[in-house]
Ligand binder design. Sequence first.
Ligand code: CA
Length: 622
Amino acid sequence: MKKHNIFLKVLFIFIMLLFVNYSFSNKYNLERVEPPFWWVGMQDKNLQLLVYGKNISETQPQIDYKGVILKKVIKAENPNYLFLNLEITADAVAGSFRINFVKEKKVFQTYKYELKNRKAGSKERKGFNSSDVIYLMMPDRFSNGDASNDNIQEMKEKADRSIPNGRHGGDLQGIKNKLDYLADLGITAIWINPVFENNMPAYSYHGYAITDFYKIDPRFGTNNDYVELVEDSHKKGIKIIMDMIFNHCGSGHWWMSDLPSQDWLNQWDKFTRTNYRAGVTTDPYASDYDNAKLLSGWFDITMADMNQNNELLANYLTQNSIWWIEYAGLDGIRMDTYPYSYKDFMADWMKRILQEYPDFNVVGESWLPVASSVAYWQENTKNPDGYQSNLTNVFDFPMMYAMGEAFVEKDSWDKGIVKIYDILGQDFVYANPNKLVIFADNHDGDRFFTKINENLDDFKLAMAFLLTSRGIPEIYYGTEILMTGHENRGHGDIRKDFPGGWQGDTTDAFTAEGRTKQQNEAFDYLKKLLIWRKNNEIIHTGKLKHFIPENGVYVYFRYNKNESVMVLLNNSDKEQEIKTDRFAECLKGFNSGKGIISGKEINDLSIIKIPAKTAKIIELGK
Ligand code: CA
């Protein structure tokens, strides 16, 4: 009887303990620790972890690992968050340790945190530069290498190629499959539009409504697939530039239903859209009203404006970008909507990036119509308000606009090719014009071939210019096969599927056989220039000297101490004989040349005949 009693008592206590444990573990439910892991040997010894879980702030985190000091525990407005300030000292070695979440001496939740060793040369990595040509691609629209990930149960939007703004199924495997194609074309870097999870009900293909900053969208692949893509690209001499967005997150982001604090986002009484006027920041007459809307208005109902003046969010974003550089081995970042975020935060962020990776590059989307406005955002510019952005690279939007007009207009005093000449003349405002990313089009506007009324001669002229001017050229995917698209017909029209990227496509433009005669002519022309440019240091780093266009013919030279390349662009409708005495200062010491496009030797430089609407690129010889 007695024994039986004891057994019952023990059983009762055991059941009670189980219950208490269950109710506590139910009460404290750890869901996320971000960044999910980190590295030893970083320049900045500080690491701030975001911890998310039901009532987690009621527990006390504890860490016992040599070289890791838990310096501070920060509680947010929301009891479901904790922020842990750690110091990773020089003594720390790579390994795993437990972060225990304790209440009343009992461990209720544990996260196994890992500190990894950095890869050799991680700090010294070189970014992209003017020796590169960047290929911009929208991953959903380039190539579908894995049809099994087109539809994922947990992901709200399913694939449907019949919808121009729907998901089409392109993915990382598709890009991997086409690396040889890109290397063969002469591409040395790829800017891939955002690949983070975008678990939004519609329009999720473009990637600009991020719902998880630490996760590749499963419809593109896994985090590991992304790392492998970077590694495979590097083996083929191709750099990877990751597209990031700090200004906004998707309205379906996991934190939207349970924000750490109300000021995590810029909140308005009723939905307020940004004015999209990026020039407000530099406008000396700008109103507070316009400034507030630019910086704090939402990009869209589906894109919530993040408040980077919240230091915890600022840290979160900064560490997220460093995590991806280190984890994936990135060569560069393209930062979206640069002037829409708080500029002091952006300057601090860039400083942190360069502290960790001194030779890294970030190109900011500085979508502004004039050079002075763009220059404001580039590092080392002497701005009247003293602002130092620390941003290494900016996009040359003024040149994009000029290129769209220069080759279709009839040349006159202020029309035609002179527009390009005029834009270059404003380069004095840039601290480093050679760090401008130059482009004829991108994923947000009319395709270039459409802008120039599908004229192949104009296309060739423009590409000859793009690949011989100063700066870092960017080519939008499909340019090489003359893809067309009108922005006013919807973004789906300028982001069409690359033909041949999907099984069952009727044509495969990745192969010469699958391209039309005209497409092959464009492809071969571009390839010839790209391969030549790739190994031509004068184009990468040489000086530029140009001459006022005459009769629609624009002549310039790229040169260094010993070598020179002469470029002639005849934008007019008639063949012209160019007397070269006007260029004597650049031709001095040279008496012959080799035409890069024609392949022909030139023995007399005194008069150069150039047919209508053509480019000549001449490597000068002595
Ligand atoms: Ca797919």
